[in-house]
Design a protein around this ligand. Structure first.
Ligand SMILES: Nc1nc2c(ncn2[C@@H]2O[C@H](COP(=O)(O)OP(=O)(O)O)[C@@H](O)[C@H]2O)c(=O)[nH]1
Ligand SMILES: [Mg+2]
Length: 242
């Protein structure tokens, strides 16, 4: 990486760091067209794109959510990982209709992968479709998957400085879940500090603190999901009535 003196952005005012220009953004336009096609196809399914670093608790939360909402909602999940079917197996173990997307080493899911996957999963009756993205706070933020909402988990073990370091993930999310709250007494992590940083990146970001281990925040999370599913159904009905 070299500093381009002709470009003031590259030089900037920073001390000991270089701001790099992002030259890949225009390539994402094709992805956005596919994402819109997915939205059109899934008019009456609420789609939630769940993002985080590896190990923040996405699959465990999806399992717990599936168990808690089994009576209220019909849930399906597309789970992305570079390799293995392990997370889909974990979801099926709790009775959730699950399909693994093996990205073949890629660090994120792209909309075309979702479109391909939709031909291999039966979503008849599905109210809520989770997409568990590949564990990564960077690349997934750039790819619209046709979701209605993006939810990002940040575990208390990851440090409270991440929203400013990975701003696009938090800027493009509707909800940040501070996960593993049961560990707060043991780790140097401030929910106030992380919330303040996250809101400076995205003032509209909702924040909830959760733990799948002791159940903290899970009722609020499930209520949030039920409200979003209801809103999607009402919007779909209004479109049909027109
Ligand atoms: N202490 C604690 N550990 C958790 C919690 N949720 C998940 N874990 C653990 O975190 C690890 C990674 O969880 P997993 O759901 O596989 O994370 P993923 O990679 O984001 O899908 C596992 O060992 C889980 O048991 C939680 O709320 N509290
Ligand atoms: Mg997982």
């Amino acid at each position: 990486m070299s500093v381009n003196p002709a470009n003031p952005k590259s030089a900037g005012n920073r001390v000991g760091s270089v701001q790099c220009d992002n030259t890949t953004l225009h390539l994402l336009k094709a992805n956005d067209y596919v994402a819109q096609a997915i939205r059109t196809r899934l008019k009456d399914v609420c789609v939630i794109n769940v993002c985080s670093s590896p190990g923040s608790g996405k699959t465990t939360l999806m399992q717990e959510t599936g168990k808690r909402l089994a009576k209220d909602l019909n849930i399906s999940i597309l789970v992305g990982d570079p390799e293995t079917e392990r997370d889909a197996v974990r979801m099926r173990e709790v009775g959730i209709n699950a399909l693994q997307i093996v990205t073949g080493g890629m660090c994120h899911i792209e909309a075309q992968m979702i479109l391909q996957a939709l031909d291999h999963i039966d979503l008849t009756g599905t109210d809520l479709l989770f997409i568990e993205n590949v564990g990564n706070l960077l690349c997934p933020s750039a790819f619209d998957l046709g979701e209605d909402y993006r939810v990002t988990l940040l575990a208390t073990t990851e440090g409270d400085d991440k929203p400013k370091k990975y701003p696009r993930m938090f800027l493009t999310s509707e909800l940040m879940l501070v996960s593993k709250a049961d560990l707060l007494p043991y780790v140097p992590f401030s929910v106030d500090a992380v919330s303040k940083d996250a809101w400076e990146v995205n003032p509209n970001l909702e924040v909830m603190t959760i733990s799948t281990l002791n159940g903290e925040g899970l009722d609020a999370w499930c209520d949030w999901l039920k409200a979003k599913v209801q809103a999607k159904k009402e919007a779909a009905n209004q479109t049909t009535e027109k």
